[in-house]
Unconditional design. Structure first.
Length: 140
């Protein structure tokens, strides 16, 4: 056995972004010059409901897949306009129910367009909420 160091012996230092957090895979790709993703806000209905959910959830997923892209676009445009926002602020800016706006933001996050910041802001109830912002790799 040799005592020569390997790549695994070197400590890995995380790179932090301007918010003081480790960037996402998508953001690292953006820093490395990978081109932004094309804006495709469609999600297959099969991804909107788990297989163990009742038939009503699957029917709702079908309806959501029809209505979802326009709501995702409204949430996306609002977030780009605001720069960063909580789910409550996105709901206020778009006129969409808070639960629906949060779900559309989650879908945008799953697509890699939205990332969490380390910041929190109070909502209308006074509780602190996560502040979200567009990903560096998202289309402008």
């Amino acid at each position: 056995m040799t005592s020569q160091p390997t790549l695994f012996d070197q400590p890995i230092e995380p790179r932090y972004d301007s918010f003081g957090r480790v960037p996402t895979r998508h953001e690292l790709q953006a820093w490395q010059g990978v081109q932004p993703m094309p804006l495709d806000l469609t999600i297959a209905p099969t991804r909107l409901a788990r297989t163990d959910q009742p038939d009503t959830a699957h029917k709702a997923a079908q309806e959501s897949s029809r209505r979802g892209p326009s709501q995702r676009m409204r949430v996306w445009e609002a977030l780009k306009h605001l720069g960063d926002a909580t789910d409550y602020e996105l709901a206020q800016a778009t006129g969409i129910l808070r639960s629906s706006a949060a779900k559309r933001r989650q879908e945008l996050q799953d697509l890699g367009y939205v990332v969490e910041t380390p910041f929190r802001r109070p909502t209308d109830t006074g509780t602190l909420a996560v502040v979200w912002r567009p990903s560096l790799l998202a289309p402008r």
